[in-house]
Ligand binder design. Structure first.
Ligand SMILES: C[S@@+](CC[C@H](N)C(=O)[O-])C[C@H]1O[C@@H](n2cnc3c(N)ncnc32)[C@H](O)[C@@H]1O
Length: 294
């Protein structure tokens, strides 16, 4: 793990970080694409009394299922995939409990859940056989171009539409502006595109890579912006995010030739602005819906 916290740029993800970001994630994800996804399920050949089967890849503690299930029609069975056994255990214990309150389908029918510990980069069409929908949230930017292509092929071959939300775009707007913003953003984006164990991560290139992969397969796609809007009402998340942002930028800049930006002073300035409620941040993300027909 390369980060003191599990804010953006981390290799593993703490439950506390996922909990902190869940409300901002819920506000940011595109409701338009959620509605499109619901319509695609309604129109699919699998309608009837059998539940829709939704595979959520890199589920963490199950945030995506808690958000999306109420937007989908009919009975649903969610298959939650992650490689982290601790997060999966948390998902198994929290999603069914939450299912009795929040995540019911639009028809107020129950949602059932199972968990699978696996590496989603190795999933094949056979693993997704029978899927009505494949989802992921905040996952694609952690993958490589080949891995995203394989995932697109697996969805298309399995005949499952896909909704991949909250991939970082690399664009961050901070108000008020600071002279070091551009340098920190560039170093952070470099960190997002780093090579880990021979895998070059997509980072801000993830949505383009997924769009190209589905388009090459002849699958129509829709993309919507889904920025986090952070400010005086999200001080804990904003502070944690800016620590992770500056931390990853520092780590990357140290590996590059030439002088590094003074991220320590930058972070101190930004945290002071968070404390007095004057900092606003729009963190760029995008959601992609791939209209695979079953
Ligand atoms: C940024 S977190 C997002 C979690 C969740 N989707 C959410 O929105 O809260 C990324 C998740 O993907 C999982 N993950 C990353 N790479 C994975 C892989 N190759 N196979 C399975 N899970 C993976 C991590 O363990 C983590 O739970």
């Amino acid at each position: 793990m390369s980060q003191p916290t599990n804010a953006p740029g981390a290799d593993t993800f703490a439950e506390s970080w996922l909990a902190l970001r869940e409300p901002a994630d819920a506000r940011a994800r595109s409701r338009e694409l959620a509605a499109l996804t619901g319509s695609a399920l309604t129109g699919s050949a699998l309608t009837g009394s059998a539940p829709f089967v939704v595979h959520d890849l890199g589920c963490g503690t199950g945030s995506m299922s808690r958000w999306l299930a109420p937007h989908l029609p009919g009975p649903q069975h969610w298959v939650l995939h992650d490689r982290d056994p601790g997060l999966l255990a948390r998902a198994a214990s929290t999603v069914p409990r939450a299912a009795s309150t929040v995540p019911r389908g639009v028809d107020d029918v129950p949602v059932t859940v199972e968990t699978r510990r696996d590496d989603v980069t190795a999933l094949t069409a056979a693993d997704l056989s029978g899927a009505s929908l494949v989802t992921a949230s905040a996952l694609l930017d952690l993958l490589t171009d080949d891995e995203v292509r394989n995932l697109a092929t697996a969805c298309a071959t399995a005949g499952s539409p896909a909704l991949f939300t909250l991939s970082v775009t690399g664009h961050v707007e901070l108000t008020p502006a600071d002279p070091l913003d551009a340098a920190v953003e560039a170093a952070f984006n470099g960190h997002q595109r780093r090579t880990v164990a021979g895998r070059r991560l997509l980072g801000p290139d993830a949505v383009d890579a997924a769009a190209q992969a589905f388009t090459r397969l002849g699958v129509p796609i829709e993309i919507r912006e889904s920025p986090w809007l952070l400010g005086a009402d999200t001080p804990a998340l904003t502070a944690e995010w800016i620590r992770g942002w500056a931390g990853a930028a520092t780590e990357y800049a140290a590996t590059e030739p030439g002088p590094s930006p003074d991220t320590r002073a930058y972070l101190a300035r930004r945290l002071a602005e968070v404390a007095d409620g004057t900092l606003r941040v729009a963190v760029g993300h995008a959601d992609l819906f791939a209209a695979v027909h079953g």
